[in-house]
Write a protein that binds this ligand. Structure first.
Ligand SMILES: Cc1cc2nc3c(=O)[nH]c(=O)nc-3n(C[C@H](O)[C@H](O)[C@H](O)COP(=O)(O)OP(=O)(O)OC[C@H]3O[C@@H](n4cnc5c(N)ncnc54)[C@H](O)[C@@H]3O)c2cc1C
Ligand code: FES
Ligand code: FES
Length: 1209
């Protein structure tokens, strides 16, 4: 039924939008990014899980004349739900033209934005915290600060992920706004130098005015709301019923539950993707009854459409002096709810939505578990019939149909203390628990639990009068009560025996369903939680130390950083180039490039079988319904072209499977449709007919690969060399460990910006491809080969990449190539932005491996021989896998193993090809080395550090293991790094303190470890070009790509330094004149790849060579001019150079000489870690790192890289 249209009216950054006929499934993010000029909010996951899309949503209450401001995940918020709302994105705070907001400036100045893809979302979370803090009562903060406290400021970004920066600089930005901050505690920044006085520091910090000059809700919208010209929006298939009756009558007319969707926050889509388009959306938020919160002596009733944030607020208010006699319990419920997802998500997610998802889809809810423990009930309505059920009854019912709605949830009152007689009184105990991969935000629990017990105590006993034990999210359908355990405990006097009986029963109760990950861990968590709840009652004043970081914490050292000014501005911690525009949302990533006219969007259909014939591909519904224009496949590769998706020096990978698919995740076809959403929906709805007959079994393990001799060759020049004689080394040993095994798993790629490309056909059979790739040059070759055209027909442009970590080296190529092929075929621009799921499935990830080792060692701990058998699972194609042996051994040889032999096999299996991921092979090599050292130490009952130092290289043994890479004796700094680190981290003192701590803490244990690291650097040839333009501005091109690692910043610094011999006194800062521009494969050739942590170094060197050339050309002219005219300006010099036909563009190709090409890099870290024995939760309490980077090109950038890598794994 189509209906009379109403207008959807809202504002974005103060700009009025009025829409009709909005597709009701349109999200705010989709609208912002596709239909406005505001591209600041980014798409990271589309699931409410990363915060890249966070914006501020403001609502106006005309009666109270109040504006409510809160963050939301715009990737889940439906546009139609925004009638009369105002949205502020990071562009609304400021920009390069009108001036940046201090949030933008401080993100840049504290070096808190690397690739920058997360930064706009971070800015908005912080901005929301600032806006809301200013509304709180209390005295005004000091000038330049807000009313936030340090702890509130830090928490403001809990809903935002960053993959690059390591959070400390980001937290510093947030803290810099807090009224109670000690600015001197903040880290390295661009505003002041450590040691400067407070006034100076304050004067340098970009000023923040707490009176908030940014209007989050425009006056025109207030006027429209006040004049009642804006009613609840009822639009194109979007309904906003104002009463339950109206809702019921809407539902009555509908027969098919797949056609209608009730929505509140729409966050459920974060987990349960919409497979088909709904015909109607019904917004429940305008039904007053569903939004009520009622509190009285019997309890609290919360309407089903109340958001989790509002419910938390109400519970907190109640706990601070409401009707409820047990404020502490209510507060704990609120505290637990604060661990649900993230703040932006809780701001829109409703209680009812959460509970219905649990009941209908078996969603692992926290809320259901906590509410179950406190005896809550649910009020539901089907047609005119309203029923109140206990939560247990509700959960156990068959799944609610779409006509059944939850109207509210009731939490009953519980007395905290009851007196039964003059001798006995009972006390109520309540606790809730949650163990998840990450303690705050985004991670669903492995298990959650909540317990409520009424206990009477006398001098001699503690008796359980009643108890409710709720467990959920452990791989079962919904939260349950452990009834048998409850029954066992009730009426009993608590004793250790009883506790053990209860635990036995509990183990048989909390049993995850088959296929659940970590089943034993989840059951043991249940035991740990119950133990934690009951044991303190049993032994009041026991020696259990729990809660918080009790014990000591080492204060963060305040270091005076010293910088080398000799090569200024090289070596200075200059601000990252482009950081402010990254924060303000003006920086353009591939998906921010506006779509050219007639642009189409693509999505991959990929295989979900490891080995099968593809018989057919069909769609569930006719593809035209999804706006599909064409399905591109292998048959569309033009004559003369090749079925090529990527290539390395070791081999190639197909773009599409031919008739046979050989791994799950293999692209089968490329759907091209009018929008990205349609392309994704169509690809999702593809049904592939597979046939596995007569194909045999796929190779899915390294063991199977060995059985079938399925290996990749390692070229001779990449084969690491064996050292010494293993048998002789073993003969010298006093002890041996034989055939011990280590297994290392894979790791998904999770750069914040998923793979993306835009291909635009050009005249004369040419193609321009904008790609987020680490190696444009190879992409150019692959695209050209696929299309069967010469490379000069293909221009690949990469400006910046929203995080790569190796995953955008090879794996970006098929994405760019598929777009180019589709664009070539259709002669229309085609773009793609991979959804997170497809990205994770296709990107392959880190190499898993199985290691078997035998090691011989002396009683002193000196290792005399090591043999390794390593099986690497490389997947279906060689990719970069043949370099892994060299990398693994490169890192492993940090110790002197005496003699070292190995057999490394790179197994070809029917998995997606594993690829480069942050230090591929080095990470595993270092892990293997440490595992062996620890194994030896534990066999000998020696301190691990004793074994480590016994096996550290002398310079002689280093040379034996690394040949010429070892360099000079003076360069072997690892032993001194370890000594320095041991002293600066107070390793021995803390080790002793930890032993003391562990001896008196039963359930939390701490450990400290000091680990050295060695990285064998290998420089590659790289091109560069420096040109001085007519006005004296300088433009630089380098082969490397800006991935957030600060390449452009360092290159700018080097340009300014290397041109300084011809700098003129009056010409100001040369640094300001330099711009590094995007990589363009037709402008600068032989760009190679950005990888291996050497691109900045090599790019700076080539730029230095180019600048030297320019200096040589300009110096005679400068001298002549100065002789004639006295001091001259830079502009004059360049003007004259132009007039006198001096070539102002220099290009070079830097080819490293043999000696500096390979060298060793050293570092070491001390980490102190705490493990909670009952929950398995681990926390890193402190890490100290010393890294010998020689002379840093930019300490701020390098520090950022270090912090980021520390948090990466
Ligand atoms: C990234 C992420 C992390 C999360 N983490 C957690 C977590 O740690 N713990 C946890 O417990 N939950 C978690 N959740 C779940 C979250 O709490 C729910 O998505 C949310 O509460 C659903 O509410 P909503 O208003 O957005 O529902 P919607 O998405 O609007 O609706 C969800 C479903 O419920 C139906 N529905 C909504 N209201 C009613 C009603 N009153 N009566 C009948 N049907 C109704 C809708 O038709 C729809 O089918 C997470 C979700 C995401 C996306
Ligand atoms: S939370 Fe919206 S894109 Fe990740
Ligand atoms: S800077 Fe945060 S994800 Fe790159």
């Amino acid at each position: 039924m189509d209906r009379a249209e109403e207008k959807l009216i809202f504002a974005v950054n103060g700009e009025r939008f009025e829409l009709s006929r909005v597709d009701p499934s349109t999200t705010l993010l989709e609208f912002l990014r596709c239909h406005t000029r505001y591209r600041g909010a980014k798409l990271g996951c589309g699931e409410g899980g990363c915060g890249a899309c966070v914006v501020l949503l403001s609502k106006y209450d005309p009666l109270l004349e109040k504006v409510e401001d809160f963050t939301v995940n715009s990737c889940l918020t439906l546009l139609c739900s925004l009638q009369g709302c105002s949205i502020t994105t990071t562009e609304g705070l400021g920009n390069s033209k009108d001036g940046f907001h201090p949030i933008h400036q401080r993100f840049a100045g504290f070096h808190a934005s690397q690739c920058g893809f997360c930064t706009p979302g971070m800015c908005m979370s912080l901005f929301s915290a600032l806006v809301n803090s200013e509304k709180t009562p209390g005295p005004d903060p000091p000038p330049g600060f807000s009313k936030l406290t340090v702890s509130e400021a830090e928490k403001s970004i809990v809903g935002n992920l960053c993959r690059c920066t390591g959070y400390r600089p980001i937290a510093d930005v947030c803290k810099s706004f807090a009224a109670d901050v000690d600015l001197e505690d903040l880290g390295l920044n661009n505003f002041w130098r450590k040691g400067e006085n407070k006034e100076k520091i304050l004067s340098r910090l970009p000023f923040y005015s707490h009176s908030n000059e940014i209007c989050t809700f425009p006056e025109f919208l207030k006027r429209e709301i006040k004049s009642k010209s804006l009613s609840d929006f009822n639009g194109y298939y979007w309904y906003s019923p104002a009463s339950i009756e109206e809702l019921q009558s809407l539902l009555e007319t509908e027969e098919d539950g797949n056609r209608v969707k009730l929505v509140v926050g729409n966050t459920g889509v974060g987990y349960y993707k919409e497979q088909e388009q709904y015909k109607r959306y019904i917004d429940l938020r305008h039904i007053p009854e569903l939004s009520l919160i009622r509190r009285d002596r019997t309890g609290i009733e919360i309407g089903a459409a109340v958001t989790i944030s509002k419910a938390i607020q109400a519970l907190k208010e109640e706990s601070e002096g409401g009707f409820h006699p047990n404020g502490e319990m209510i507060k704990k419920i609120a505290d637990h709810m604060e661990k649900v997802a993230s703040k932006p998500l809780r701001n829109t997610a409703s209680l009812g939505g959460n509970l219905i998802m649990t009941q209908r889809n078996h969603f692992p809810s926290d809320i259901a578990t906590v509410l179950l423990a406190v005896g809550s009930s649910i009020i539901i309505q089907t047609g005119p019939e309203r029923t109140e059920l206990t939560l247990e009854e509700f959960l156990e019912r068959p799944p609610c149909d779409f006509k059944t709605i939850i109207t509210s949830v009731r939490i009953p009152s519980w007395e905290s203390v009851r007196r039964f007689s003059s001798e006995t009184k009972t006390k109520l105990h309540f606790e809730s628990y949650r163990a998840a991969p990450r303690p705050l935000g985004f991670a669903l629990p492995y298990l959650n639990a909540a317990f409520l017990a009424e206990v009477s105590s006398s001098k001699t006993s503690v008796v359980v009068e009643s108890i409710r034990l709720a467990f959920g999210a452990y791989g079962n359908k919904y939260a349950i009560r452990a009834r048998k355990v409850e029954k066992l405990l009730v009426g009993q006097s608590l004793s250790l025996n009883l506790l053990f009986e209860a635990i036995k029963l509990l183990k048989a109760t909390v049993v995850p369903e088959e296929g659940t990950s970590y089943p034993a861990y989840r059951t043991s968590l249940a035991v740990g939680f119950l133990f934690d709840f009951l044991y303190p009652m049993l032994e009041a004043g026991s020696t259990i130390l729990r809660g918080g970081l009790n014990g000591y914490m080492n204060a963060l050292p305040t270091k005076l950083l010293e910088f080398n000014r000799e090569y200024s501005p090289v070596g200075e911690p200059t601000q990252k180039s482009g950081a402010e525009i990254q924060a303000s949302g003006e920086a353009i990533y591939v998906d921010d490039i506006p779509s050219p006219k007639d642009c189409l969007h693509g999505a991959f259909i990929y295989s979900n079988r490891p080995l099968a014939q593809i018989k057919d591909i069909q769609f569930k519904s006719p593809p035209e319904l999804y706006g599909v224009v064409r399905v591109i496949s292998i048959d569309d590769i033009p004559e003369g072209g090749e079925n090529l998706g990527s290539q390395t020096m070791f081999g190639t990978e197909h773009l599409f499977a031919d008739d046979l698919t050989q791994y799950a995740g293999e692209p089968l076809a490329f759907v091209v449709a009018d929008t990205q959403k349609h392309a994704d929906m169509a690809a999702n709805s593809a049904v592939v007919d597979y046939d596995t007959e007569d194909l045999g079994t796929p190779i899915l393990s390294v063991e199977e690969a060995v059985k079938r001799s399925s290996f990749y060759e390692v070229p001779p020049y990449l084969r690491p060399k064996q050292i010494g004689n293993f048998s002789e080394g073993m003969a010298e040993a006093d002890h041996k460990i034989l055939s011990a095994e280590i297994k290392l798993g894979s790791q998904y790629h999770f750069y914040m910006e998923t793979q993306t490309a835009l291909a635009v056909p050009e005249e004369d059979n040419c193609m321009v491809v904008y790609s987020s790739v680490q190696c444009p040059q190879i992409t150019q070759i692959v695209v050209a080969r696929c299309l069967g055209v010469p490379c000069h027909n293909v221009r690949v442009i990469t400006r910046r990449v929203g995080g790569g970590f190796g995953g955008k080296a090879m794996k970006a190529m098929p994405v760019a190539t598929a777009c180019a092929l589709a664009a070539h075929k259709l002669q229309r621009p085609v773009r793609i932005y991979l959804n997170r799921k497809t990205d994770m499935i296709m990107a392959g990830g880190r190499h898993p491996m199985k290691i078997n080792f035998s090691v011989g060692f002396k009683s002193s701990g000196k290792i005399t021989a090591l043999h390794l058998d390593i099986l690497i699972n490389a997947g279906i194609s060689a990719d970069i896998s043949p370099i892994l042996p060299l990398n693994i051994l490169g890192a492993l040889k940090k110790y002197n193993w005496g003699s070292l032999s190995f057999d490394i096999k790179i197994c070809k299996t029917n998995h997606s090809s594993k690829t480069a991921m942050r230090a591929p092979g080095d990470v595993q090599g270092s892990f293997i080395a440490e595992a062996i050292i620890e194994h030896v130490a534990s066999t000998l009952s020696l301190e691990v550090n004793t074994v480590r130092s016994k096996n550290l290289h002398t310079f002689e043994s280093l040379k034996l293991f690394y040949d010429s890479s070892a360099g000079e004796a003076l360069e072997y700094t690892l032993p001194s790094i370890l000594d320095k680190l041991s002293a600066s981290s107070k390793f021995h003192q803390r080790d002793a303190e930890i032993r003391q701590y562990n001896s008196c803490s039963k359930w939390r244990k701490r450990g400290i470890s000091m680990v050295p690291i060695l990285y064998e650097v290998s420089l590659r040839p790289t091109p560069g070009k420096v040109s001085v333009l007519n006005d004296g501005s300088i433009v630089v091109e380098v082969g490397g790509i800006e991935l957030g690692q600060g390449l452009w910043t360092k290159v700018k610094q080097m340009t300014a330094f290397a041109l300084s011999p011809v700098k003129c006194d009056t010409s100001g800062d040369l640094l300001e004149r330099v711009r590094v521009i995007q990589a363009d494969t037709l402008s600068l050739v032989q760009g190679g790849m950005t990888a291996g942590s050497t691109t900045s170094e090599a790019s700076c060197e080539v730029v230095r060579i180019c600048c030297n050339e320019l200096v040589e050309r300009l110096t005679p002219l400068k001298e002549r001019l100065q002789e004639k005219m006295g001091p001259i300006s830079w502009n004059m010099l360049i003007l004259q150079a132009n007039l006198q036909a001096v070539n102002l563009s220099a290009s070079a190709y830097y080819v490293p000489e043999v000696t500096p090409m390979r060298y060793l890099n050293y570092g070491a870290a001390v980490s102190e870690v705490e493990v909670d024995l009952l929950t398995g939760a681990t926390s890193i309490l402190q890490t100290d790192i010393i890294y010998d980077c020689g002379q840093s090109l930019n300490p701020a950038v390098d520090m950022g890289q270090l912090l980021g890598s520390h948090h990466y794994f």
